[in-house]
Design a protein around this ligand. Sequence first.
Ligand code: G16
Length: 573
Amino acid sequence: MTTIPPEQIIETMQQHPLLDESTEYGYGTAGFRFKVEHMDGIMLRVGIASAILQYELFQNTKTNTNTNQQPQQDMGVMITASHNDESYNGVKLSNPDGSMIPPHLEETLVAIVNQRDLDLFQNTHLKGFDFRSTAKFHVGYDTRSHSERLTSLFIKGAQAMGVTVINHGVLTTPMLHHIVLHSNAKAYLPASIPPCPSRAGYCQAMGSAYLELCNVVAPCAITGDRSTPLLVDCACGVGYKAVQEVLSEITIRGNLTTCKPFLVPCNEPGEGPLNTNCGSEHVQKQLKPPTWYSKTGQDAAKSYCCSVDGDADRIVFFAASSSNELGSLLDGDKIAVLIGKFFQAELSKAYGGNPKLPKVSMGVVQTAYANGASTQYLEKNLKVPVVITKTGVKHLHHAALEFDIGIYFEANGHGTVVFSQAYHEFASQAKSICPALEILPRLINPAVGDAVSDLLLVDALLQHFEWTVQDWATKLYTDLPSRQLKVQVKDRSVVQCNDNETKCLQPTTLQPALDQLMSDIPGSRTFCRASGTENVVRVYAEAPTREQADKMATIAAGLVHTHCGGVGPKSAI
Ligand code: G16
């Protein structure tokens, strides 16, 4: 039941209109994400819609006997524009199991947010709406200057509809998804994972699982000073405090107070502009080390480094050869392969110790941005099946659920591992031979890509293999040189692609031109797609040499500019 009269809800909507009356605001790759001036009206409407979504989800799950669901389950909302700069904001919603909301809820949400006829809105959605729920909406937001205000607009809309909101304040996106998943633990978590639905619970869980994993696979990681600490570029966002808190958990729980910290969080909020010349998007797309706004006294050029993005759901690792050059980039593909290699070794140890253990499947999910060399290595060397989906973790996550161990990573460092119930049963039987198999689901955040969880996992695995970042870069496979560019166009919706985004279907003149370009450079690949988070068309090129990849990306971007209504001079791309 709405807690204020429907007419008053409509009045509030009129006070916060949608900025652009003619734009259809779409739920993009990861939620509504626009220049901040568009977000007030959207946020209030998302708050109002939250009650309707929870109700719709409940109606749908009531008939599904497999979900073992409670009468109603908590959901979540994160106010962030993640990797975008401070001029953007956005909102991503979380399912009760911590994953992204399914397409049918996206459609409901888009219809509600874009309903301009408020009389119709009142009659369709508010009159007679009776929402009585014990379920809650968990809310978190990032460090952008406008995020708190936008959060209060969400809360205003949600509370008017009778939704109970728990505001967790500033969080990383993965912490929010973890809290939602753990709030619905009975339905979605195995008994081996104790529920801890809070920020402190998340940090404790991460810290203790890291120590447990190191104890069994890499004791050297936690027994003394490390010669090379891990410098963490936190993009001047939420990741900074999260890394500090998890480090403090590890230090206290592991009795490491006398050791030099093995993690050095850098680039805290306020030291520099969010995601600008720093953070994972900058490092991965520009192929440049970040600006180190923090003065740590560490020599980044000689260090083992990583960069997370503005809401800490992605991470890439790197070695910086000098202050302006990237030595090696270890992106999401390299992370997926490292994790796959480790799982494979542990599985064969487990089956070696007990051949009667039940079989579990493992697969890796990537997108068209995955470096061709990584896909080839996974299929040919590790002999792991690879599935390619559309960009967007929501698509990868879904595909990964088909495996008992579903490893998914986008090249930009966004990814995680999901586990089936069969895996949890297998791991508990395999525990005496391979304790790591049972610990991993406590360190890995199965809800969503999580930079802090990935950071701890990668660190433990590198210590286990006794690899430096350079070893990791060279001992698996060598990346084919690639380059990504973005092109500003009048209307990015003119670009339509096939299912896995490897071919451009609209405008029809573009793909033949890209095909010609690829046939000119044997062993090359290029594609373009409209971004779902920025007003640009993205271009990817991969070729046998760095020079060819750079040249190809520039030519392909020029073709996009010509065929898709580019804005501004081509020379500015
Ligand atoms: C979001 C999505 C990612 C996607 C990225 C870029 O990341 O969660 O899956 O790769 O946007 O998407 P696009 O190429 O459509 O702009 P984040 O970290 O920004 O939320």
